[in-house]
Design a protein around this ligand. Structure first.
Ligand code: ADE
Length: 239
């Protein structure tokens, strides 16, 4: 998968060289490219924002640098050589926004199937609305929110999305079993985990986990998942 990120703070993404995603980049599974939006400006001050039409607080990101950035990045993944008749693949262009659809595990699963993702990180009061219309001519456009709160910009949201998507790509997480038994994979929260020692500060590991009875352990874990979800996230059960 190719991932392009456009931001005025590219160094936010330095963390993508670490851990499992860093290894996936080194091995070529993930091709992540971070770009500075200001590279697509042409004035001396490398201006990316201006005052909003109609008035109001804050600044809005100008459309011109975004238009050039998306034009340059949208055609980076060619159709596979064994499908010469197929048109060049269109990217999925994600704009993080508190006004977008909420990012869920299902969203991560869906986006993990794409060949090319472009993330456009807005700052200030957002990006000129015409950029989204223009982007729709280049690929599938998704406005996606990390949750119902406001961040200073899209960078932290995109870091979270890339991590959630990237770890679903085959080969990124060493043991694929660990992807199955996780919170949200089956619509429930994960069961509690324990490791050695079996007695720590007077606290015991639930004896069933030491019983060796795999059927009973699986049933206990399922009950724990349900109980936790009922208590902490009843909205998931309603879904
Ligand atoms: N930018 C600012 N707030 C955001 C949020 N909640 N999700 C995604 N992008 C954002």
């Amino acid at each position: 998968m190719r991932i392009d990120v456009v931001s005025i703070f590219p160094s936010y993404f330095d963390g993508l060289t670490l851990s499992l995603l860093g290894k996936a980049r080194d091995s070529g599974i993930l091709d992540v490219n971070v770009h500075d939006l200001r590279d697509w400006t042409s004035d001396r001050h490398r201006t990316v924002d201006d005052t909003p039409y109609g008035g109001g607080a804050g600044m809005v990101m100008k459309p011109e640098p975004w238009g050039l950035a998306l034009d340059a990045l949208a055609s980076r993944v060619a159709a596979p050589a064994d499908e010469p008749g197929r048109a060049e693949q269109r990217p999925t262009i994600v704009f993080p926004s508190p006004a977008g659809e909420v990012f869920r595990q299902a969203t991560a699963r869906e986006l993990a199937t794409r060949d090319h993702l472009i993330f456009g990180c807005g700052r200030y009061e957002g990006i000129d609305e015409r950029v989204f219309e223009e982007a729709a001519g280049l690929g599938e456009v998704r406005l996606i929110s990390l949750g119902d709160y406001v961040l200073n910009g899209g960078e932290v949201a995109v870091m979270a999305m890339i991590e959630a998507i990237g770890r679903l790509i085959p080969g990124v997480v060493g043991n694929p079993d660990s992807l199955v038994e996780e919170s949200h994979e089956d619509g429930l929260l994960e069961y509690p985990s324990y490791t050695k020692p079996s007695l720590w500060r007077g606290r015991e590991v639930p004896p069933i986990l030491l019983s060796g009875n795999h059927g009973a352990i699986a049933a206990w874990r399922r009950e724990q998942q349900l109980e936790r979800t009922r208590r902490r996230r009843p909205d998931l059960l309603a879904d």
